[in-house]
Ligand binder design. Structure first.
Ligand SMILES: Nc1nc2c(ncn2[C@@H]2O[C@H](COP(=O)(O)OP(=O)(O)OP(=O)(O)O)[C@@H](O)[C@H]2O)c(=O)[nH]1
Length: 416
């Protein structure tokens, strides 16, 4: 079953936890024992209703103190698809968590309190969705019950948000605005008729119909080799397969491929998954590919289709989000991990740092601190087979690792 990844982040009290709790509740995703814990925790808080916001990070005790700290992943499913929600706090000091949570999301869910409208954290969340080019944006205007379900108020927020959209460098393929009340469950997974001027889908209906295949078909085919499977038994003595996960696009049996970096060509003979022969492999599927010719490929190499070969780059400009307490300093060398490949990379220069709330570029900086986002130029010791992030996010991102203590210090998206 296809998985839809959603990233959400919000301001304190805009109702994110209640919304997620509501989604889980209305899709019958809450086990009985959790439901009981929820009733009990709500009672302890002196509430006369079950507070669905207590559910989301599983650690009810932590929730009772009213804080959300890291990226919480919430899972639920419907008969149509599985969902993973990455939930992050929206404060500026959690920018790195927002970036991590949103890094592989297909949908960015932005929550706005109908009474407050667009606030600083809406800007920040939108900036990150835009930076990471998340293709689908869903803006939920929550707490509609507290503005008497006013259509005029909703329209005003939509208009304000359209201005933000107009200023953005990347145009999301789809932007949807939905008026909701998480507390009363209106337009989350069901509708109870209080917002009768809204004829669009509920949040869940909208998520259910997002077409993921359409996106994948736009991206070039990339298959990073994770391991080479050599014959283990005599009956499979001529079997030599390349195991990995399709990063983007799709491959068909019979496709002509090139192996990078060697440049050797061959054709796909078989595609297998759990000993089943498949006619094709699509993005995010883990498969074993065998080729018609014996070619010399190993872990870290990449199979691509002829006609859409990524450039081999040794100098890259990228946007990075700095995640370490120790500052990024120009001139320092890190390990750049792209897919399964690790190469040494030296920071040539910091081009500018971006103010994530106002979107202003600040030039002339010599270092970047924790949670800073900026543009840097790197030189790598060996070439990488990466795509420009805007053209192919799955093969256009990387992480930087401190080679001495092995911590991830940045995530990056390739610009040139
Ligand atoms: N009236 C009304 N209240 C809501 C609605 N959604 C959430 N609330 C209330 O708003 C308050 C904050 O909701 P939460 O879900 O905890 O907000 P949050 O954004 O997750 O906040 P953090 O947990 O601090 O991140 C709670 O008292 C909720 O009951 C809504 O649609 N209508």
């Amino acid at each position: 079953m296809e998985v839809l990844r959603i990233a959400t982040s919000g301001s304190v009290d805009d109702g994110k936890s209640t919304l997620i709790g509501r989604l889980l509740y209305d899709t019958n995703s809450i086990p009985q024992d959790k439901m009981e814990a929820l009733h009990a925790a709500s009672k302890r808080k002196g509430l006369d209703f079950t507070d669905l916001s207590l559910l989301t990070d599983g650690l009810v005790a932590e929730r009772e103190q009213g804080i959300t700290i890291d990226v919480a992943h919430i899972y639920f499913s419907t008969p149509t698809r599985k969902y993973i929600i990455a939930d992050t706090p929206g404060h500026i000091e959690y920018t790195r968590n927002m970036v991590t949570g949103a890094s592989n999301a297909q949908v960015s869910l932005i929550l706005i309190d109908a009474r407050k409208g667009i606030v600083e954290q809406t800007h920040r969340h939108f900036f990150i969705a835009n930076l990471l080019r998340i293709p689908h944006l869903v803006v939920c205007v929550n707490k509609m019950d507290l503005v008497e379900y006013s259509e005029a108020r909703f329209n005003q927020i939509v208009e304000d948000f359209q201005q933000l959209l107009a200023s953005a460098s990347f145009k999301a393929q789809q932007v949807k605005f939905i008026p909701i009340s998480s507390l009363y469950g209106e337009n989350v997974a069901t509708r109870n008729g209080t917002i009768n001027w809204y004829n669009g889908p509920t949040l869940l209906d909208y998520l259910e119909q997002i077409d993921l295949d359409q996106e994948d078909s736009r991206h070039p085919a990339r298959f990073p080799i994770q391991s080479v499977i050599r014959p283990r038994t005599t009956e499979h003595h001529d079997f030599r397969g390349f195991a990995g996960k399709v990063a983007s696009g799709h491959f068909n049996v019979g496709d002509e491929i090139i192996s990078l970096p060697s440049g050797q060509k061959s054709r796909i003979k078989t595609i297998e998954q759990f000993e089943t022969q498949l006619p094709s492999a699509h993005a995010r599927e883990s498969v074993v590919i065998t080729l018609e010719d014996e070619i010399d490929s190993s872990r870290g190499n990449m199979l691509v289709k002829t006609g859409s070969v990524p450039e081999q780059r040794k100098e890259v400009t990228a946007n990075v989000c700095w995640m370490d307490q120790q500052k990024l300093v120009a001139g320092k060398t890190y390990l750049l991990q792209h897919g399964v490949n690790r190469v040494k990379a030296k920071v040539q220069q910091i081009n500018f740092v971006i103010d994530v709330t106002s979107n202003q570029h600040i030039e002339g900086k010599n270092d970047m601190g924790l949670n800073d986002i900026g543009s840097i130029t790197l030189k790598t010791a060996q070439p990488i087979f990466a795509d420009i992030y805007a053209e192919n996010p799955a093969n256009g991102s990387f992480i930087l690792i401190d080679e001495f203590n092995n911590t991830t210090v940045a995530v990056g998206t390739l610009i040139t």
